[in-house]
Design a binder for this molecule. Structure first.
Ligand code: NAP
Length: 287
């Protein structure tokens, strides 16, 4: 099978690229190809580039990870957010006749009643959430496509400045005190966990709308404490604050997160616990 990944040099793209099997050919694409990496330049809003690449590679499946994921940037730049997160996805659906697997988010919900099931009421409260929900509707117009919603992805990759895990670890290593919100609840998900699930969905030809998140449902503060403990760092440097104190531009769903039972039962898999994921990341970092 020929699999084309868009946004392949982001956080999830790196984990997904590790899962290729010998029988599949994987094409990694991105707006910029980082130094030392192989891949093809592809901006999903560029229709001509998109048509050329699809014609020349004729992939069987596209996994779309391309998105503007900075929630506050989306709030202050709604046109750019819509152009990439929604219109870019429309381009993919218009140009590519095959199956699309698209990543979405728990930010399509308002955060009053998480963790959310697939059939729960949508109500995005940010531009990011709205653009991602609009993209879901576009992708699901074709029966064979799959939308997989995820929440709070993390990994320990050194290059990743946006990773919450790296932010906590680097600050605590430098003995900096950090403020972390204790009123935002999710089930943080290791990128390798969701990458495995994506590959299982692909191999089992799953289509429709599904949720995936790892096992523990907890506040961001409690997640930071778990990180400090796993890395042997000083957890007393982590101070609790409410979300309102951060004055973030985009509102955040407070009780967010995803109920993954539906997919868990279909794929017969057990979501991992945060402590096990953090230990696995530490082992990889030591190798
Ligand atoms: N991170 C999370 O916590 C989280 C949670 C739920 C769902 N998701 C979804 O999961 C997917 C992957 O997220 P991630 O964490 O891997 O995000 P990420 O690290 O921000 O990666 C997104 C990638 O998309 C690329 N991109 C941006 N605009 C593009 C365009 N016009 N054409 C092609 N590529 C473009 C980015 O490139 P540049 O960096 O060069 O702009 C980046 O490499 C996204 O759809 C996101 O909405 C993420």
């Amino acid at each position: 099978m020929k699999i084309l990944i868009t946004g392949a040099y982001g956080q999830l793209g790196y984990s997904l690229s590790k899962f290729r099997s010998t029988k599949d050919k994987v094409y990694r694409t991105g707006v910029k190809i980082p130094l030392g990496e192989k891949g093809l330049r592809l901006n999903i809003i560029d229709n001509i580039m998109l048509k050329d690449i699809i014609l020349s590679l004729s992939p069987d499946i596209i996994i779309n990870l391309a998105a503007i994921t900075n929630v506050d940037f989306c709030e202050s730049n709604p046109k750019i957010a819509k152009e990439i997160n929604t219109n870019g996805v429309q381009n993919l659906v218009d140009v590519f006749p095959g199956k699309i697997i698209h990543l979405s988010t728990d930010y399509v919900f308002d955060g009053l009643n998480g963790p959310y099931k697939e059939e729960d009421q949508i109500n995005p409260i940010s531009v990011y959430g709205k653009t991602k929900y609009d993209a879901e509707k576009i992708v699901l117009e074709k029966e064979n496509n799959l939308v997989l919603r995820a929440n709070v992805l993390y990994d320990g990759l050194k290059y990743n400045n946006a990773s919450f895990l790296n932010w906590v670890v680097n600050n605590l290593k430098n003995k900096n005190s950090i403020k972390v919100v204790d009123d935002q609840y999710n089930n943080p998900t290791w990128t390798e966990s969701i990458a495995k699930v994506l590959m299982l969905c692909l191999n089992n030809n799953i289509s429709g709308l599904y949720h995936w998140g790892d096992e523990d449902y907890l506040s961001r503060y409690d997640f930071a404490i778990k990180i400090a403990k796993a890395y042997g760092l000083e957890s007393s440097l982590i101070k609790k604050i409410p979300t309102s104190e951060l004055n973030q531009l985009a509102p955040r769903p407070l009780n967010g997160g995803l109920d993954q039972n539906k997919l868990k039962n279909i794929l017969k898999i057990i979501p991992p616990k945060i402590n096990d994921c953090l230990n696995a990341i530490l082992i990889k970092e030591a190798e």
